[in-house]
Design a protein around this ligand. Structure first.
Ligand code: FES
Length: 108
């Protein structure tokens, strides 16, 4: 397990941001995006209640199954695809090294 992993986040303009992230701080993808000044609002604070952290998973990393709350929220979100997830529900750990995600378009 790595203490620092490298992820790529593609923003809404298609620009790729390669980000090094610690795995020992309990961060999730929403918090990591915000910490790197990417335009992710995280309005609900990571409670799976707002979908402002909606993103697409571009690599085939194994991720935990979405919780019922996450699935409910994605049911109500716009632009949902098969690879849609809520960033706040994905916590960083060593096996996510190399993960690439894209921020979903904003709903309004
Ligand atoms: S921050 Fe609100 S659903 Fe993720």
């Amino acid at each position: 397990m790595e203490d620092i992993i490298t992820l790529t986040i593609v923003d809404r303009e298609g620009e790729e941001h390669v980000i090094e992230a610690p795995t020992d701080m309990g961060l999730n993808l929403m918090e990591l995006s915000r910490a790197n000044e990417l335009p992710v609002e995280g309005t609900c604070g990571g409670m799976a209640l707002c979908a402002s952290c909606h993103c697409y998973i571009l690599t085939d990393h194994e991720l935990p199954e979405p919780s019922e709350d996450e699935e409910d929220m994605l049911d109500q979100a716009f632009f949902v695809e098969d690879n849609s997830r809520l960033g706040c529900q994905i916590h960083l750990h060593g096996e996510l090294d190399g993960l690439k995600i894209q921020l979903a378009p904003q709903s309004e």
